[in-house]
Design a protein around this ligand. Structure first.
Ligand SMILES: NC(=O)c1ccc[n+]([C@@H]2O[C@H](COP(=O)([O-])OP(=O)(O)OC[C@H]3O[C@@H](n4cnc5c(N)ncnc54)[C@H](OP(=O)(O)O)[C@@H]3O)[C@@H](O)[C@H]2O)c1
Length: 345
């Protein structure tokens, strides 16, 4: 039974997942990641036999959140694989009927990002085609591959929109640059190698963590509570997605026979001032910023994202306040957010 909180936050957990995966084997790349571990959890709940690729299956502590999942002892196996080693991926995919490609470094450092994002995606698609028998590949792209161009940033973006590579380069948005090339690579290889590909493009993903350490998108929220950020920017607006909705979108994209193309997975676009207002109201014990950097000028509206196709797929869109609430309480539960200290504001 859920408990209501301020701003309509509900603390209920998601419902039963059904049993559509019995007798079916699928692989999830980068299984230990924030999104992937929720996807592995959901696939196990649905009865799938799951192979998860990780870079170090011998790291018991790092993988404990996967091995502890219900059904893991019977139906989860971890495979050592690196995105830059196609044969390691093929070894994990052989005998599977589906591949979920979620692995990718989430960083703005082009040196660490571009090669695994792009060549890694190429290796995943080629490995999936080489082993044969893969019914569908579902890839985790990003809205970073959708909206990052000078024209779209203020309007509504849908699945027909693509980020402008030159604009990404000029503005040093390397994450958007890499995700755009990676997704374009996936589409062209899928066509060339006759693979059925469906792509999920999430916005910034929040919600409870299964993995032991913070990831890039949950750090984004932690910094507004731990005192490290004193102000928010007037030109900062963002759409958020709940990690369970994102996992659900992947599973439905795999299981829905006529799913195709791209599915944006994003809630409403919210200005950082509103994010801070919600955080401050939900968690008044933390020094959440109340001031805008650069004065009280006009707040940027930000790009909005169509979730028409997502809703057609049957995926819910959790309200932003709920995403924020569950992120913070999870960070607290895991000891990843310092206890608030006495502060003056
Ligand atoms: N979180 C978001 O807000 C968000 C939004 C839109 C799209 N996405 C996309 O969603 C996917 C997952 O993101 P996340 O937030 O869950 O990230 P995450 O928690 O940082 O997980 C990333 C995963 O990628 C794996 N990985 C990185 N480099 C690799 C390599 N060379 N070979 C094999 N595995 C590698 C990591 O493995 P190790 O554990 O071994 O490092 C990790 O499991 C990414 O494709 C990301 O671009 C994320």
């Amino acid at each position: 039974m859920g408990v209501s909180n301020v701003d309509g936050v509900n603390t209920a957990s998601c419902g039963a997942a059904g049993s559509t995966g019995h007798g079916r084997t699928v692989c999830v790349t980068g299984a230990g990641g924030f999104i992937a571990s929720w996807l592995v959890k959901l696939l196990l709940e649905k009865g799938y036999t799951v192979r998860g690729t990780v870079r170090n299956p011998d790291d018991v502590a790092k993988n404990a959140h996967l091995t502890a999942l219900d059904g893991a002892a019977e139906r989860l196996s971890l495979f050592r694989a690196d995105l830059l080693d196609q044969e390691s991926l093929a070894a994990a995919f052989r005998g599977c009927e589906g591949v979920f490609h979620t692995a990718c470094p989430v960083t703005e450092d082009p040196e660490k990002l571009i090669e695994p994002a792009v060549n890694g995606t190429r290796n995943v698609l080629n490995a999936a085609a080489d082993v044969g028998g893969i019914r569908r590949v579902v890839m985790t792209s990003s809205i970073g591959a959708v909206y990052m161009n000078s024209g779209n940033r203020a309007g509504e973006a849908d699945e027909t929109c693509w980020s402008d590579l030159q604009y990404c380069k000029d503005t040093k948005n390397w994450y958007c640059y890499a995700k755009t090339i990676a997704e374009q690579t996936a589409w062209s290889l899928a066509a060339a190698r006759h693979l059925d590909l469906v792509v999920i493009n999430p916005s910034l993903v929040l919600g409870p963590l299964l993995q032991p350490a913070v990831n890039a998108s949950t750090t984004h929220i932690a910094k507004y509570l731990d005192g490290s950020v004193k102000t928010y920017y007037a030109n900062a607006a963002q759409a958020y997605a709940h990690v369970r909705d994102v996992a659900d979108a992947h599973a439905r994209a795999y299981e829905t026979p006529d799913a195709s193309g791209r599915y944006l997975c994003a809630g409403e676009t919210v200005h950082r001032a509103e994010v801070c207002r919600i955080l401050g109201k939900l968690f008044p014990e933390y020094p959440v910023p109340t001031k805008c950097k650069g004065g009280e000028g006009e707040l940027k509206k930000g790009c909005r994202f169509s979730n028409r196709r997502l809703k057609e797929l049957g995926v819910g869109v959790t309200p932003t306040s709920q995403c924020l609430y569950e992120t913070v309480t999870s960070l607290q539960d895991k000891g990843l957010l310092p206890k608030p200290q006495a502060h003056a504001w």
